[in-house]
Design a protein around this ligand. Structure first.
Ligand SMILES: C[S@@+](CC[C@H](N)C(=O)[O-])C[C@H]1O[C@@H](n2cnc3c(N)ncnc32)[C@H](O)[C@@H]1O
Length: 229
């Protein structure tokens, strides 16, 4: 698993180009995956949501737009340049989303404080995944849920195309867009090393989540896990 400080430095370097690169490199598909996540959270009718590894806040803003005005949405990240983008957008759009500094290895959030916790493309970057998953569980109230949107392992027949894409096409296209080949080589390596949907389900149960449901998307390359406390 990657070192936290290296991950923070990497995202600081690409912060200003991250959102554009995301949309272009996923051919816009990331918007539909995010909408699936937001719909699942909305169905749970939470009064308080912590969006962890929020980056520039794409998920947090989408939640704000879909949840009732009374619901609290707070984004946490350990990379200040990413958080700053979120804060500027909240001010520019006059939207009530708060952004706070927080490391998922030791979150500045009390036990059982959140109705729902979301993490989009963050868990793969955790320095110590079991520790991070335990933190997610700790801050979620009994009856609440954690929603994890993350790359996953493709169905067997699609695997050769997928790995050609993440190992070769993605780093080059990303380097052209962001000027940082290393960051996107890391993306390919981290995707390849991440557990499949069953593996992540097992890890979530190991740290004490009661029930775990999973929805696979795009031939298994992306998965949305909902884990209940
Ligand atoms: C790939 S970006 C995802 C951003 C956003 N969730 C999205 O959907 O676009 C990963 C983010 O996770 C953050 N991150 C990684 N490890 C973290 C940790 N231990 N604590 C807090 N943030 C973390 C990075 O700083 C980065 O902003």
């Amino acid at each position: 698993m990657p070192e936290g400080s290296a991950v923070r430095t990497m995202f600081s370097g690409i912060a200003s180009r991250y959102d554009l690169a995301n949309r272009v490199l996923s051919l816009g598909l990331c918007i539909g995956w995010r909408n699936r996540l937001v719909a699942a959270v909305k169905a749970a009718r939470p009064a308080s949501v912590a969006d962890l590894a929020t980056g520039s806040g794409d998920v947090a803003f989408a939640l704000r737009a879909e949840l009732p005005g009374g619901a609290e949405v707070v984004g946490y990240d350990f990379c200040e340049p990413m958080l700053e983008l979120g804060r500027r957008r909240a001010t520019a759009e006059g939207v009530r989303v708060e952004f706070r500094t927080g490391d998922c290895m030791r979150l500045p959030i009390g036990d059982a404080a959140c109705d729902a916790v979301t993490v989009a493309y963050g868990v793969r970057n955790f320095e110590d995944r079991p520790r991070g998953l335990r933190e997610l569980r700790r801050i979620t109230r009994p009856g609440g849920s954690v929603f994890i949107l993350e790359f996953s392992q493709p169905d067997l027949w699609f695997a050769p195309f997928h790995f050609l894409h993440v190992r070769c096409v993605l780093p080059v296209a990303a380097a052209l867009l962001t000027g940082d080949l290393g960051a996107y080589r890391y993306l390919g390596t981290s995707i390849a090393g991440f557990p499949d949907a069953d593996g992540l389900t097992a890890e979530l149960k190991d740290v004490g989540f009661r029930e775990v449901a999973c929805e696979k998307m795009l031939f298994g390359t992306v998965a949305l896990h909902q884990a209940s406390v």
